[in-house]
Design a protein around this ligand. Sequence first.
Ligand code: NAG
Ligand code: NAG
Length: 327
Amino acid sequence: MTDLITTRVQYAVVIGISIIMLWKLLKKRPTKNIPKKWKKVGELSDLMCFPIKSGGVVRSDEFDCINIGLQKNYIRDRTFMVVNSSGEFITARAHPKLVQVAPYVDNDYSVMILSAPDMSNINIDVAQLSTLKPKKAVVWGEAVDAIDAGDDAARWFSQFILGKESGLRLVFYPASYPTRDVREKNKVFKSAVPADTGALHDATSFMLINESSIEELNSRVEKYVTPLQFRPNFVVKEVKPYEEDSWKWIKIGEEAVFENVKPCTRCIFTNIDPITAERNSNEEPLKTLKTYRKFENCGDSPVMGIHLGLRRKGVIRLNDPIYIEEN
Ligand SMILES: *[C@@H]1O[C@H](CO)[C@@H](O)[C@H](O)[C@H]1NC(C)=O
Ligand SMILES: CC(=O)N[C@H]1CO[C@H](CO)[C@@H](O)[C@@H]1O
């Protein structure tokens, strides 16, 4: 009799656990209904990829959109980062000079050539790096697989950022799928799922900004700011200021479809000039943004732009039409 009860309890436990696991699995999969009807709202006016987290931009007329972000052969958005001797990433928030590390790419997008003020160029062979065995590094408190880019790159970054022979290393995220969980503070946004966390990105693998929102901001601040200062992947034009806040579904070109996952919150990084690496002495434009762009669930951080999750892969090109769902 007791044996029978024990067996029944065991069954119940096994079924219970299975249901919970299935539910968690379903919750992780961003299987949403992609809209069928679209209306054109603007055009893609700039396409930016930042291979090194906090580093400079690589522009191209065409990129693939894959789960971890923009890709062109071996060059992918936010797949490199600079870590300190504890293996934790450093950003331009604490080390503004990082924005001056300018990446150039060779013709077949497999080698990255880095330049920086008063430094000689260094080549990073990304294709070759991809074949090495990864170790671990830490981004926003979470461990990720990372391949060390070697002693020469380590010396180069230590020299440029710290003025020392050592202390920093360059690491590379080798996987073509996201491995991190949604950051605790972003879990209030229902559409944010682990599949959207990207490579080494802060929140999600894609970020979009509207030129006219920046124009509108520029009418309020003294020193002119450009979209580059907000480090988006997509810049759209012909859209009314801040209209993007209310978009739910976005299609770029005829294939790639994205869902608006959360507003993009802004920090002191925004105050760093992308050319000179200087911090704005008046704490602008963050100070101005805080006066009129604070959103629910975003705490004290003002919003500029939207974070996207990829819902259908595709190639996108400069000047592609931007569509939103037609209701
Ligand atoms: C590395 O960076 C982390 C995060 O900023 C910091 O807590 C840690 O002390 C740093 N380690 C070293 C050795 O500088
Ligand atoms: C900078 C820029 O092109 N802004 C445009 C964004 O969209 C608005 C509304 O369509 C246009 O008036 C702006 O010219």
